[in-house]
Design a protein. Structure first.
Length: 43
């Protein structure tokens, strides 16, 4: 699904949501180390 930019800001929300999903999957793969890494890059 590709979000189109129509000026309502939902496209950015979709990108952020997709990124969060990717990070969640990465954390599952990496375990606790991945979780701490995720916290560091979010801050």
């Amino acid at each position: 699904m590709v979000a189109e930019d129509d000026g309502d800001g939902l496209d950015k929300f979709s990108v952020d949501a997709a990124r969060s999903q990717v990070m969640a999957e990465a954390v599952e793969e990496l375990g606790e180390v991945g979780w701490w890494f995720w916290l560091v890059i979010q801050s």
